[in-house]
Design a protein around this ligand. Structure first.
Ligand code: SF4
Ligand code: SF4
Length: 302
């Protein structure tokens, strides 16, 4: 079963033109700065926004499993009892309660995609699959990509490339553009900050480049994690040697925008308090300089 946690229309940062972006739930990585922590688990999750809650306790009254109670910090969900049945979401008058993760039929998703074709056609846009990690759902993803192809819709897959080479190779046949994050070149550090080593990612990236696929590389630039001279030089060297045509990276300066989402999920952002900061202008310019000396164009931002 493939769950989706968002469908975003009029998106302009997920590939060329105006796009519809489908967010698939589940990711094999768990980067500590992840902007979409609700995309990590493959399962449905309950989310609660305290500032929207008026304390009416309708949810408490209607929960069939007595999983909710009002506390001085708002409504508390006892996850041992919650069955993710959606009752509290249905009765909450302020939309303070949400369930992240919905299963849609492929026909429904295609109808949603097709509704956007007027904007795609005018802007050179299309559809983007991201997550989470869309490659965790190869059958669903491939079927949607294939159906989009038959309609002439431009297809982008935003991926970590942490998947088997077989899956990457099958998806490659049905994809026009890959958006790939390059996070850390040191595999040990990648494992520590993202939960998995990076060797599979780098070899898949090489495979996609060698196949001549269109690639857009993005680097989330985080002071304290990957904005150091050594990592940036290693990244630039790796990308310089990659046989890809575009030779362009997007540097995405870090912001702790996921903090609110962790609050909604009832989880803690960066629980080990690992120091992370937005890089200074000086650091960004130095990174730009390093990439440029490797003949790679730099764009700062999405
Ligand atoms: S999702 Fe269902 S079980 Fe869970 S808290 Fe809401 S009403 Fe109760
Ligand atoms: S129903 Fe909604 S607004 Fe009322 S207490 Fe529950 S979460 Fe808050």
């Amino acid at each position: 079963m493939s769950l989706f946690f968002d469908i975003r229309r009029y998106s302009i940062n997920d590939g060329p033109g105006i796009r519809i972006t489908l967010f698939m739930k589940g990711c094999p990585l768990s980067c500590i700065w992840c902007h979409n922590p609700e995309g990590i688990s493959l399962q449905k999750e309950k989310m609660y926004t305290r500032k929207k809650c008026i304390g009416c306790q309708t949810c408490v009254e209607y929960c069939p499993h007595q999983a909710l109670k009002l506390t001085p910090n708002g409504i508390l969900t006892d996850r041992k009892f919650c069955r993710l049945c959606d009752q509290c979401v249905a009765v909450c008058p302020t939309k303070a309660m949400e369930i992240s993760g919905t299963e849609y039929s492929l026909d429904y998703l295609m109808r949603e995609i097709e509704k956007e074709t007027i904007f795609m056609d005018r802007s050179g846009g299309g559809v983007t699959f991201c997550g989470g990690e869309p490659l965790m759902h190869p059958d669903t993803l491939l079927e949607l990509l294939h159906r989009c192809r038959t309609l002439g819709i431009h297809r982008t897959v935003d991926t970590t490339l942490f998947a088997s080479p077989e899956v990457v190779s099958r998806v490659m046949e049905e994809t026009d553009l890959f958006l790939v994050d390059l996070k850390l070149m040191d595999s040990g550090k990648h494992c520590y900050y993202c939960g998995v080593p990076n060797d599979r990612i780098l070899s898949n990236l090489r495979m996609v480049a060698e196949a001549g696929k269109e690639l857009l590389i993005r680097i989330p630039l985080i002071e304290g994690i990957n904005a150091d001279e050594e990592n940036i030089r290693q990244s630039a060297r790796f990308l310089f040697e990659l046989p890809w045509k575009q030779k362009k990276v997007h540097l995405l300066p870090y912001h702790d925008i996921a903090r609110n989402k962790h609050e909604k999920l009832g989880t803690r952002y960066n629980p080990e308090d690992i120091p992370m900061a937005t890089p200074t202008e000086k650091t960004i310019e130095h990174c730009r300089f390093i990439f440029q000396t490797h003949e790679i164009e730099v764009i700062v931002g999405g």
